[in-house]
Design a protein around this ligand. Structure first.
Ligand SMILES: [Zn+2]
Length: 315
């Protein structure tokens, strides 16, 4: 598979700052990992994430056949080689998200197959839609039943969500006061639910914004290309790994000292085994971006930074 990129009508290089989110987005693309961006209103997170297609490698010929077919079933034409990037509106219904209706058409999650499903202002989506995502994120497909007929559509998408830290937008933001009650804050985050958040590999929040150097699209694409090559050689993308034996294989590439760094963090935090796996998959992706066979100290520390939850102690 030849790894190529296409130009889009947006340009990440034209956005100043937001280096942390640009990097987090590139890591997510590189490993097909799920990403949640938390930031105050107007910080630019949506602008950056809308440039994600610029970093997505084109579909392979085989993937293109499936995408063409899914779009034609939905009554649409998919003309180019871009990896799908779907951005449904917050009013999206369950049927619109997973498919169905009289003709049992594919929904947004299938139109995003082999690409990205981007939920901007994710907390504004119906809880039922957010909760529905959990199963296809695991099984990479969706089963639709209607009038005794069952249809299975592929739905292996990368989930990207953007949201404010709280209803007023100021929670955890430096020099700002959050006016939300503890109860409304809890209700806000409950909408996402722990099982859905457990499937998010990378979490970014605007307080760590300028910790990272400013990498250009060309540089980010280079890192993504290397990561794709490494993973294609292994046979699976880190974000799509569900088989425990395959996970063990990537976990076994942690160096002795990286393992020690991770163990210290595990002892300090009450992480579920899924969260630990998410960190290891992120660290493996960072190592892949550099072509390293081992997950070294740099990769594990970088992955731990991308799990910043300081603004989210409500979780
Ligand atoms: Zn607030």
């Amino acid at each position: 598979m030849k790894i190529e990129f296409s130009e889009i009508d947006r340009d990440l290089d034209k956005i100043e700052g937001m280096n942390g989110l640009k990097y987090a987005m590139a890591v997510a693309v590189a490993g097909r990992l799920n990403l949640l961006a938390v930031g105050k209103p107007g910080c630019g997170k949506t602008l950056v994430l809308q440039c994600m297609p610029q970093l997505l490698p084109n579909l392979s010929d085989e993937e293109k056949v499936t995408t063409d077919r899914l779009y034609s079933l939905a009554g649409m034409n998919y003309k180019d080689n871009h990896r799908p990037f779907r951005m449904p509106h917050q009013t999206c219904t369950i049927e619109g998200a997973c498919g169905g209706g009289a003709n049992c058409h594919p929904g947004e999650i299938s139109l995003a197959h082999n690409g990205v499903l981007f939920l901007d202002e994710a907390a504004e989506f119906r809880s039922s839609v957010l909760q529905m995502l959990r199963v296809p994120l695991e099984t990479h497909q969706i089963t639709l039943s209607r009038a005794g007929r069952t249809t299975v559509y592929p739905a292996r998408f990368q989930l990207v969500m953007a949201t404010n830290p709280c209803p007023c937008g100021n929670y955890g933001v430096k020099d700002r006061i959050c006016l939300c009650s503890a109860r409304s804050l809890e209700q806000y985050w409950n909408k996402f639910s722990a099982p859905l958040l457990d499937r998010v590999h990378i979490m970014w929040n605007n307080e760590d914004a300028d910790f990272y150097p400013n990498l250009t699209v060309k540089e980010l694409r280079g890192l993504i290309k290397t990561a794709y090559e490494m993973q294609i050689e292994r046979g699976e993308f880190n974000g799509n790994l569900t088989d425990p034996s395959k996970y063990e294989k990537i976990a076994s590439t942690l160096s002795e000292s990286a393992k020690k760094i991770l163990d210290v963090e595990i002892n300090h935090n009450n992480w579920s085994s899924r969260r630990i796996q998410n960190i290891v998959k992120t660290a493996r992706t960072i190592a892949d971006m550099h072509g390293w066979s081992e997950i070294n100290d740099f990769a594990i520390n970088d992955a731990l930074n991308l799990r910043t939850e300081s603004a989210l102690d409500v979780l």
